[in-house]
Design a protein around this ligand. Structure first.
Ligand code: 0RA
Length: 365
């Protein structure tokens, strides 16, 4: 394999320590309220989703444990455990160093480029303890941390092995720090909603959620949506009077993948949802404006072709043609930039171009 495409123990860049995170947690996870707390789970899940997007993981398990900790297990390749700099194993560098992510790789679409895509080291920094279990190369490796600091001896500079296995994957269990968070009880409903949203955007992925805490129904809940965005639209429009089937199209332009589903209902308003690399862009941005612009153009030229609009008639406005529209525009971008009040507005100009091209081509077929 070409060296430049391998992600191994060497290709992790090291920037700074975790003290900064404990000093100003809000800067890294948005807040220390329940929202920020739940975010710790999303952060770990997102890393497993990246492994799914890389083509190596199809199932993620999420447990809210009896003791108040959370466990996230994926069946990916397992976080690299090989020797990194100064005799520290790569996995330990990943979880104890801020911004130690994968080296940037144009062939992947990391969620970690996004909103609070800050990496699992932030979760570690904000946890009383965290345990990492990596199944890889026939072995089960373990590492443990307290308040972000290693809490387990290395053996010959490597992580301890606690057994053998044929499986591969990564398991993270962490207990949030009650000195940092206002409350440390995860909100089941909010987490389930987020996990459901994640599988709508990743139709090949299955996420199994289990709440083992007291007083809860501990039956596992499986999220899997093989029909992806089409089913997402159907769910959003459930109970509404629909005027069309769900229209779906996808394509790629300039290394940007574009996927879109839409349906019209008899409502008067429009509901257009945008995502970039599975991050909900609630402030909109270039992918959404690109979509709106091209949709208006296409409908107007179609209306003239059909004689619905005569030459002398004014064009339909954007609001006219989106009347009653429910749509999801989801793009995967190799280098997303977010701006706005809550950093949820996509700023990449090439995203508008890509959405324009794909929508224009696909909707006029
Ligand atoms: C890069 C390379 C390899 C695995 C991963 C990333 C990886 C990261 C995470 C984060 C959560 N789960 C994960 N699973 C895998 C594998 C490199 C190799 O083949 O040794």
């Amino acid at each position: 394999m070409a060296k430049r495409n391998t992600y191994d123990a060497d290709s992790i860049s090291v920037l700074e320590g975790l003290e900064a995170v404990r000093m100003r947690p809000g800067m890294y996870i948005g807040s220390v309220s329940t929202k920020g707390l739940n975010h710790l789970v999303y952060e770990i899940v997102d890393n497993a989703v990246d492994e799914h997007l890389a083509g190596h993981c199809d199932t993620i398990e999420v447990y809210l444990e009896k003791d108040g900790s959370a466990t996230i297990i994926d069946n990916g390749r397992g976080v690299p455990v090989g020797m990194h700099q100064k005799g520290i194993p790569a996995a330990r560098v990943v979880y104890t160093t801020l911004h130690a992510g994968g080296k940037f790789d144009d062939s992947s679409y990391k969620t970690s480029g996004g909103l609070h895509g800050v990496g699992s080291s932030v979760v570690n920094a904000l946890s009383e303890w965290m345990e990492v279990t990596v199944c890889k190369d026939g072995f089960i490796y373990k590492d443990r941390y307290a308040y972000g600091q290693p809490d387990m001896e290395l053996v010959n500079g490597l992580l301890q092995t606690v057994g053998k296995t044929r499986k591969t994957g990564t398991s993270i269990r962490f207990y949030p720090d009650k000195q940092i968070f206002e409350h440390i009880r995860f909100k089941e409903e909010q987490i389930k909603n987020r996990l459901h949203e994640t599988v709508y955007l990743n139709p090949g992925l299955t996420i199994v959620f289990t709440d083992l805490r007291d007083g809860k129904n501990s039956e596992p809940v499986t999220f899997h949506e093989p029909d992806g965005l089409v089913q997402y639209i159907k769910e959003m429009n459930a109970g509404k009077e629909t005027k069309t089937d769900v229209i779906y199209f996808s394509g790629e332009e300039d290394n940007i993948m574009v996927e879109c589903a839409l349906q019209f209902t008899s409502d008067f308003d429009e509901n257009i949802f945008g995502y970039c690399n599975c991050i909900n862009t609630s402030e909109g941005g270039t992918h959404i404006t690109g979509f709106k612009t091209v949709f208006t153009t296409v409908i107007n030229s179609y209306a003239r072709e059909l004689g619905i609009l005569k030459d002398k008639d004014a064009n339909f406005t954007g609001a006219d043609v989106r009347n009653g529209m429910t749509a999801v525009v989801s793009i995967k971008h190799p280098d997303p930039r977010f701006e706005g009040q809550t950093k949820t507005k996509l700023d990449n100009q090439d995203a508008a171009k890509a959405v324009n091209k794909v929508t224009g081509e696909e909707i006029t077929r």
